[in-house]
Design a protein around this ligand. Structure first.
Ligand code: DC
Length: 229
């Protein structure tokens, strides 16, 4: 029976884990599963529909009627996220979503639905899955786990470059502090460094170096794993 591999990449907000996961998946020709984008898509829907997400019944109904999927765009060789059939890859990165997403992702029924979907999406595919609870909850038996981290000021600088003049450096930095705090201290599936995860600090690394390190470690893991089967 063919075995499919799962690589779990968790880490702090803005540490570069998305860039690494996306780049490594592209190089290996694997599925890149961006679970943060899924929580962002739900948050985006809450914002655009002005949904009272504290109302559990309303939220439950909305989740039941929501479809999230990833589609491959061969022109750019990337996966993009679709919410109810619409490409939301860009709009889910706006500062309003940044502000609310940590709060929405605290809600148990949201997490239940997302984790179920994530396992379904990765089924039968070589996947690099990235998020906060991947190595701990979604795929505890992943073939390889990483925990990506980076100095706070460097993370804020990188995000500022991405967002431009729409938001100040201080606001970005404070948002990162708040998200890290909420993500790491929530009761359900907090962000934590698993004992079997490789710790990767990207503060002084260039993007191509981070990706090269991760791809190399994945290849080494697969080679040594296969030789013992
Ligand atoms: O990786 P990101 O910044 O796009 O993630 C957005 C938010 O989603 C993050 O603040 C916490 C939440 N998240 C989560 O709770 N669990 C995941 N597996 C991925 C993201």
């Amino acid at each position: 029976m063919k075995k499919y591999y799962i690589v779990a990449i968790d880490g702090t907000a803005g540490s570069g884990k998305s860039t690494i996961a996306k780049g490594a998946a592209k190089e290996l020709n694997w599925l890149y599963l961006d679970t943060g984008a899924m929580y962002r898509a739900i948050t985006y829907k809450i914002i655009t529909e002005k949904l009272d997400y504290q109302n559990e019944q309303l939220l439950k109904e909305m989740l039941e009627q929501t479809e999230i999927d990833f589609r491959y765009h061969s022109d750019e060789a990337v996966y993009q996220i679709y919410l109810d059939g619409k490409n939301v890859t860009r709009v889910i990165r706006n500062p309003l979503v940044d502000k609310l997403v940590s709060h929405v992702s605290l809600i148990p029924i949201v997490r239940e639905k997302m984790v179920k979907e994530q396992r379904k999406i990765a089924q039968g595919k070589n996947t690099i899955c990235e998020g906060r609870d991947i190595g701990s909850v979604v795929f505890p038996n992943a073939d390889l786990k990483f925990f990506v981290d980076c100095d706070l000021d460097e993370r804020a600088l990188r995000r500022k470059k991405e967002l431009g003049e729409s938001i100040s450096y201080e606001e970005i930095r404070n948002n990162l502090i708040e998200r890290d705090y909420i993500d790491s201290n929530r009761e359900i599936s907090p962000l934590k460094r698993e004992k079997d995860a490789i710790y990767l600090d990207t503060t002084n690394l260039k993007i191509n170096e981070e990706i090269a390190i991760v791809v190399l470690l994945i290849k080494m893991r697969l080679l040594t794993q296969n030789s013992f089967i």
